[in-house]
Design a protein around this ligand. Structure first.
Ligand code: 13P
Ligand code: SF4
Length: 319
């Protein structure tokens, strides 16, 4: 604890000294989330993180999350320095959608609008027409469908399938998945629901269709938090990364939050649903980045400009 207190103090000093602001995702360690809020940064979903970083006056953004979040922050603020506590923090969706294979897929379907999830590399975003996050994907695809457009969707197959079911849009789906949400199990969730009839079910749409079908609310991390604040049920079963339970409990001290079952956690492991890449973010990494300039995101300016166009479409659409 002494070391933790000392590290937190160093982080506060370094953030101030470097004119830096901390932009954190809900899945990172509670210490980083609390530090972000306490020092004037933010804890947010991936859409809000992008907007917050772009609009903030700090000259250095420290993005505590995974690499695509750092890249998105950088392309929206090429004049700012963007640091990450660990540059190796990636995402199974990003890894599962290499830019060359994605470009070949687009080339094979020139009649379709390419819509990619934010959880992709800058190179994939540069090839896409639109970027979306889980908080705005439904509205944007509905808008494209109303304009008569057919869609190529990458990379998350569960989110894509959910949006296709909800909107009836003509969508071809890349077959990527999030290694965390893909593990939630519908049968076990149904059993857990019968044990907690008073609980509402909140689900991130990267989860399989059977899990989504049992949800009272489906949404991004911020939308899950909003639902937990606004619904008046005493208890909630939550199918998303366990990092979220910190903000859920903080914002709703009188409500009970229960982890949705994954393959491993029914009896043996109580917190299997945690992203290994989000877990790479640490106070030590933050200190190291701010002290040495390690973990800096760099992007080719021409590639960044092309990627920025599809991200800015999303930001304008949701403004
Ligand atoms: P959100 O946009 O809901 O924050 O999701 C990002 C993510 O990586 C979820 O796994
Ligand atoms: Fe990617 Fe899943 Fe981790 Fe989110 S939780 S960063 S989608 S692997």
């Amino acid at each position: 604890p002494a070391q933790r207190t000392e590290l937190l103090a160093r982080c506060r000093d370094l953030l101030a000294r470097e004119n830096a602001v901390l932009v954190a995702h809900y899945y990172v360690h509670p210490d980083l989330q609390d530090l972000a809020l306490e020092t004037g940064g933010c804890v947010a979903d991936s859409l809000e993180m992008a907007r917050f970083g772009r609009d903030h006056a700090a000259t250095t953004l420290v993005v505590s999350g995974v690499r695509f979040m750092g890249e998105t922050a950088k392309m929206l603020s090429m004049d700012k320095r963007v640091l990450m506590p660990d540059l190796d923090a990636t995402c199974s969706l990003d890894l599962g959608c290499p830019a060359d294979a994605f470009a070949a897929w687009c080339d094979a379907h020139p009649d379709r609008t390419a819509v990619v999830y934010a959880n992709t590399s800058a190179a994939v975003k540069a090839r896409a027409d639109w970027v979306v996050t889980s908080s705005c994907a439904l509205d944007i695809v509905r808008h494209l469908k109303n304009r008569g457009e057919k869609i190529l969707w990458a990379p998350d197959r569960h989110l894509g399938d959910y949006i296709r079911r909800e909107t009836g849009a003509d969508m071809l789906l890349w077959q990527g998945a999030c290694i965390v949400h893909d593990e939630f199990k519908a049968l076990e969730l149904e059993l857990l629901k019968t044990e907690h009839p008073e609980a509402r079910v909140l689900v991130h749409p990267e989860s399989p269709a059977g899990v989504i079908a049992l949800a009272d609310v489906v949404g991004s991390t911020s939308q899950i938090l909003k639902a937990a604040r606004e619904l008046n049920a005493p208890a909630y079963i939550v199918a998303t990364d366990k990092g979220m339970f910190h903000a859920l409990q903080q914002q709703n001290p009188d409500k009970v939050f229960i982890e949705a079952p994954t393959a491993g956690n029914s009896a043996t492991c109580k917190s299997c649903a945690h992203c290994p890449w989000m877990a790479m973010n640490s106070l030590q990494g933050l200190v190291h980045a701010l002290e040495t300039g390690a973990g800096e995101i760099t992007l080719d300016p021409e590639l960044a400009a092309r990627a920025r166009r599809s991200v800015e479409r999303m930001l304008d659409f949701t403004a």
